[in-house]
Design a protein around this ligand. Sequence first.
Ligand SMILES: Cc1cc2nc3c(=O)[nH]c(=O)nc-3n(C[C@H](O)[C@H](O)[C@H](O)COP(=O)(O)O)c2cc1C
Length: 261
Amino acid sequence: MVLSISSTCTLEEVAACCNAVRFFQLCVYKRRDITAKLVQRAENNGYKAIVLTGDSPRHGGREADIKNKIIIPELKNVEGLLSTKIVADKGSNLDALANQTRDPSFSWEDIGWLKSITKLPILIKGLLTHEDALKALEVGAAGIIVSNHGGRQLDYCPPTISVLEEVVRAVGGKVPVFLDGGVRQGTDIFKAMALGAQAVLVGRPVLYGLAAKGENGVRRVLEMLKEELELTMALSGCSNVKEITRSHVRTKHDRQLLSLL
Ligand SMILES: Cc1cc2nc3c(=O)[nH]c(=O)nc-3n(C[C@H](O)[C@H](O)[C@H](O)COP(=O)(O)O)c2cc1C
């Protein structure tokens, strides 16, 4: 699992009750000392990788949040480190907080700094192009998460499944490529794996499960995805995930090529 920096429990609390493989998602604050402290705490508490969110130099224009005057719960991980009591003049407290605290200037060159403060592998989340994938390799990313932030940052970003193969080809197997965004059924996982993703991540499905039936709802969502993936594999002639290949799916591009034959 990937724990968000904005989680409502501290990373220590989650580590104490969850022995699954855990990664820690990081947005870089203007206060580098606080960012460094969080990375250190993740490392000390057995998190296995840092997932650096690369698509949020600024907070997206979330109109519903502005209209509803969203006020976010306390950010437990930065309690006592960073004041989250920010007055929002345009309605969204989340927007104001993100834009006031996060470092919008953080760029490719700064990944060297992040690497200098941790031994953990760094995965970069939020890439959608082969150019950025090559840059990520250049700066030493240990993995790439093809993501458009669940469509929450910028309208008209492409669906992640449509750009996955471009990234996979650019990476050429040098590091694992993961995908998130719109994974709702086992068939979505199967398609992503056929196009070269090592694994997928889910955001909203577990939140929906949580809202509907609490902890059991989350468990059920994960079980359903697993059952549906197994069924899709069985019906596609795959007895293990290694047998899911590129030839199991046909993209729009494939169809265009076939029509030329
Ligand atoms: C309520 C909510 C909060 C999120 N917060 C973060 C965050 O703090 N950092 C981050 O990198 N992504 C965040 N995301 C995006 C997810 O990590 C993920 O990229 C996205 O939800 C995947 O799409 P899906 O919801 O269709 O599965 C958030 C998504 C949701 C729905």
